[in-house]
Design a protein. Structure first.
Length: 464
């Protein structure tokens, strides 16, 4: 079988073993991205059901970790009232958070950060992992493309790790810690996360020049940033006392919601959901970073599955003997319309267009990577080079030249014009005449002006 049986990573939404009672992160993802701060458990030797965490209320753990001082400002009160007046919105966000909060709280605790930080995705994305802003920020933590690249979050044809639950959380906490170290305040760190560190520094310099304090409350900030920390503190207040605001927090037990499984061979998303016996929608909200219907082993990918379905996946996988992946990828050698590229690659044009999301009338530019069905000619898994660097560039073909004008029968057609506007047949005569006239005029002017120049300007010679 192409697939080596999966190794499961119990992370803190996946982390630790019950025999030790230690649910802290202990492995750096920077040294080993596959580890994703998780303790390994081999499903061949150990049952997932035997790995568990203490089953106490996660909300209590979050409250116990609060470290930031309440603002008690009019802006915070306004944000609390706004949320309290929209219980349906808050309840939906809280329900969505139940998949991710344990893992995020684990990572926040491991770094000794305030657990208020674990609530930040409520502000950023309402815990919608596929969230995309008008400015192209993505994911639970709303990373912009450039910031994502700064934190080594891959963005290519196959995946966008700004939406990856594990990788984006790790990057966001790295970023927030860096900002806190820079500004010495979680309020300023959060403001810089929203507005940019450079802008906060400029605002502080402006206050220093005016002899004013440089703390968060004293800076001149844009409206969104001014409301950013009060929004977070409003969620803090609701978590502290939900009944006071008519909010019902979902029951969150203090153990992992999901399990991470290594991908050792390419496998189709549709097959994973089938073998794990989960709806495609559930797979998508746990694995929103995948852009294509195939998950790549060469990219060091992991699959997140609901805690109770990892063993189901393992059991069904052992009995599955058919190919795991039906897709591969190739690099296009020359710029072509989709119809032409489909013929070159020997694939169905509609399949090529739909699986790669190519609109009609567009060309695929040379060097682009496209997904195509596997064939006997292309049976292998996708290479590491393509997995890490695949891109798809499209453009519109140039408009066709206008058709020649037709002359009415019996009428004399005007002579066709060349590209420079001259009439065919006469162009050589006109050009010759023009050159002759130009030369004559030049000689006349030169003869007229040369005596004066010769007598008054140094270094100007006579006409030979």
């Amino acid at each position: 079988m192409l697939w080596k049986y999966a190794a499961v990573l119990m992370i803190a939404v996946l982390s630790g073993c019950a025999t030790t009672g230690d649910w802290s992160s202990n492995t750096s993802t920077k040294n080993n991205p596959l580890a994703s701060k998780a303790t390994r458990v081999n499903l061949n030797n150990q049952s997932v059901s035997k790995v568990y965490a203490p089953s106490s209320n996660l909300w209590i753990r979050i409250r116990d970790g609060f470290q930031m001082e309440p603002m008690n400002s009019p802006l915070e009160i306004e944000q609390v009232r706004w949320l309290a007046s929209r219980p349906d919105y808050v309840n939906r966000s809280m329900a969505r958070s139940s998949r991710y909060l344990f893992y995020i709280v684990q990572e926040v605790n491991a770094r000794n950060m305030p657990t208020e930080i674990a609530l930040l995705p409520f502000v950023e994305s309402a815990f919608v992992p596929q969230a995309k802003s008008g400015a192209k920020a993505m994911g639970l933590w709303q990373f912009m493309p450039a910031t994502g690249k700064d934190f080594q979050l891959t963005q290519n044809v196959f995946r966008d790790e700004r939406r990856d639950v594990l990788q984006s959380t790790d990057a966001a906490l790295d970023y927030l810690q860096r900002l806190n170290n820079q500004f010495g305040s979680w309020e300023l760190a959060l403001a810089a996360y929203n507005w940019g560190a450079g802008n906060i520094l400029k605002a502080q310099k402006k206050n220093l020049a005016a002899g004013l304090p440089t703390d968060y409350a004293s800076l001149q900030l844009p409206k969104e940033t001014r409301n950013y920390v009060p929004k977070l503190m409003a969620y803090r207040q609701i978590v502290l006392d939900p009944e006071a605001y008519g909010i019902i927090l979902p029951d969150l037990e203090n153990h992992p919601y999901f399990v991470a499984i290594d991908v050792n061979n390419d496998i189709d998303v549709a097959l994973v959901t089938k073998l794990a016996e989960i709806p495609p929608e559930e797979f998508q909200v746990l694995n929103p970073s995948f852009n294509k219907p195939v998950i790549l082993a060469a990219a060091g990918q992991q699959i997140l599955l609901p805690f109770g379905h990892a063993e189901v996946f393992q059991s069904n996988l052992k009995q599955y003997s058919k190919p795991l992946s039906s897709w591969t990828a190739v690099q296009v050698g020359k710029t072509e319309l989709v119809d032409q590229a489909a013929k070159t690659l020997g694939v169905d044009v509609d399949t090529l267009r739909s699986i790669n999301g190519i609109p009609k009338g567009m060309r695929i530019r040379a060097g682009s990577t496209v997904i195509i069905p596997k064939t006997a000619r292309r049976p292998g898994d996708i290479s590491t080079t393509l997995a890490d660097n695949a891109s798809l560039s499209l453009d519109k073909p140039p408009p066709p030249p206008p058709p020649p004008k037709k002359c009415k029968k019996g009428s004399k057609c005007p002579p066709a014009k060349s590209a420079n506007g001259s009439t065919k047949g006469n162009s050589s005569i006109k050009n010759a005449a023009s050159q002759h006239k130009s030369a004559s005029t030049g000689l006349a002017k030169s003869a007229k002006n040369s005596p004066i120049q010769a007598s008054s300007d140094k270094g100007v010679g006579k006409i030979q």
